[in-house]
Design a protein around this ligand. Structure first.
Ligand code: BG6
Length: 498
């Protein structure tokens, strides 16, 4: 059976409005992504980009800001005057305090004032604090902009916990249909993450092994070498569990663990991911104590340079926010019964790497003499970033006489070499999908809420526990308790250069 509703191949003419138009996300990610797609000829003529900010800028002032952002955030080899000018012509600015009722007529006027394509799609990208999602949608409705042609894009975090996520989803859902709501998890736009689906389901050799019979355990690591820097204000209210695990790491887990959908369609993939989230074994308080570790970076050396501690970056030491999480999860279903999924993520770690490692079971019988302890179980390493690729660790015979001397070896696939081209940024793909109206790579309401449902007992236990996050030195792989968490089960974290 093939997809009954293929997404349109090209983005539709649209008014792409960015609330938070001068914010970090807009300048660093959204406008460069739009520029790069426009440079490839993917933005239809007459598409407009409207930056909404609280500044007293005119169109030219905002265009100067955008031009500056492009020069800063787009690789020099991809910048050219013709493409920059083409993008800037599309750019407009609206000064608007979204909570001021009277301010909205500027936006209303601009949206109505469309010389051609008065049926253009309207995208409203909410790159603002989640508390504003509901009020903005209500006003869009009141000015008549939230019609059937409108789509709204929400940046994470959608909420702070289950109740606040539900409140946001209710508020936005009272104006827009679910099919008009695009909740971004930018990890889903990464080429290597999409390739997970292809690796699993466009090949046959893995599927017979991809279950509790042959998989010993799965590790998912998303490590960053950067600290929180200027984002302390946001981050200290979030922490690594909300900022990374609730969304990015659980989405990766879903793609590793999900069943094959009948076809890749706008609901089918999300249906399967939802089932994984619903199958996660709920954690009681003592499970949280046993199966989770939280940490917070102190001072240390990253790339040989001394870096400040989290407390120093924040300016005080009263916070109990975690910058590192390691945990052990289980997916309670037929395929994964008894297989642990170890997840870890942290800031200021020894390197930036995101990797999924599927470790297979040992052969049932050691038939080669002296091979015990020499061989390693097979493992498949899926490198999400920075160098996208895949490595299969095998055991081979060392060449030459002298009997069977076994050695670990690896089969390496580097996407950069195989495809001889750099992968586009995740936002390029995701923004185009919004303009095409394809929600497959966006999180549906039930997925977001199922993820919060699983996370919430951990949040609750941590909030009531007298323990504080464990200290780890910046530039390391996190607190030693994270190693103990997995070693307790007779396993070890597989570091990316192993
Ligand atoms: C964001 C988090 O969602 O993802 C950040 O809010 C984090 O804290 C970032 O740094 C990591 O994204 P990437 O694409 O650099 O791995």
């Amino acid at each position: 059976m093939s997809a009954p509703h293929p997404a349109p191949a090209h983005p539709e003419v649209c008014d792409f409005t960015v609330f938070g138009g001068s914010g970090d996300l807009a300048l660093r990610k959204l406008l460069p992504a739009l520029y790069l797609r426009d440079r490839e000829g993917h933005l239809p003529d007459d598409t407009r980009i409207i930056g909404v900010t609280r500044s007293d800028l005119d169109d030219d002032g905002y265009r100067a800001l955008v031009a500056d952002a492009l020069t800063t955030y787009v690789a020099p080899g991809l910048l050219d005057d013709e493409s920059i000018s083409r993008l800037l012509v599309r750019v407009h600015h609206v000064r608007l305090d979204v909570l001021d009722h009277d301010d909205w007529h500027h936006l209303h006027g601009l949206l109505k004032d469309r010389p051609r394509h008065d049926d253009a799609v309207r995208v409203f990208y909410l790159a603002v604090a989640p508390g504003l999602f509901g009020p903005i949608c209500r006003r869009l409705d009141e000015i008549g902009a939230a019609d059937a042609n409108a789509r709204v894009v929400m940046e994470k975090p959608v909420g702070h916990d289950l109740a606040s996520a539900q409140a946001i989803n209710d508020a936005v859902g009272s104006v827009f249909e679910e099919s008009q709501i695009f909740r971004i998890d930018h990890y889903l736009g990464k080429e290597s993450v999409q390739n997970l689906l292809v690796t699993r389901f466009a090949n046959t050799f893995l599927e017979p092994l991809w279950n509790f019979r042959w998989v010993d355990h799965v590790q998912i690591t998303v490590a960053e070498s950067l600290g929180v820097g200027e984002r302390g204000g946001y981050y200290d209210h979030a922490g690594a569990l909300r900022d990374m695990v609730q969304n990015h790491l659980l989405q990766l887990l879903c793609l590793v663990a999900m069943e094959p959908p009948t076809y890749v369609g706008r609901e089918t993939v999300r249906d399967e991911k939802l089932k994984v989230l619903q199958a996660l074994r709920p954690m009681a308080a003592d499970d949280v104590d046993r199966d989770t570790v939280r940490g917070r970076y102190g001072v240390g050396l990253v790339d040989g340079q001394p870096v400040a501690s989290y407390a120093e970056e924040l300016g005080h030491d009263d916070s109990t926010t975690e910058t590192f999480v390691a945990l052990r999860a289980e997916v309670q279903n037929w395929r994964w019964a008894g297989v642990p999924f170890y997840l870890r993520t942290g800031k200021r770690m020894d390197r930036r790497t995101s990797e999924i490692v599927v470790v297979f079971k040992e052969p049932p019988h050691a038939m080669f003499p002296h091979s015990e302890g020499v061989t390693q179980p097979n493992s498949l390493h899926i490198q999400v970033q920075p160098d996208e690729g895949m490595r299969l660790h095998l055991t081979a015979k060392e060449p030459g006489p002298g009997g069977y001397r076994l050695r670990p070896v690896s089969l390496d696939l580097s996407y950069a070499t195989a495809f001889d081209q750099a992968s586009p940024d995740a936002y390029e793909r995701l923004l185009m999908d919004v303009m095409k109206g394809n929600p497959t790579l966006f999180m549906r309401r039930d997925e977001v809420e199922a993820a919060w449902t699983w996370i919430e007992p951990i949040l609750t236990r941590w909030a009531t526990s007298p323990d504080r996050p464990l200290r780890y030195a910046a530039g390391t792989s996190g607190p030693t308790a994270a190693a103990t968490l997995i070693e307790r089960d007779g396993r070890t974290w597989q570091e990316s250069d192993q």
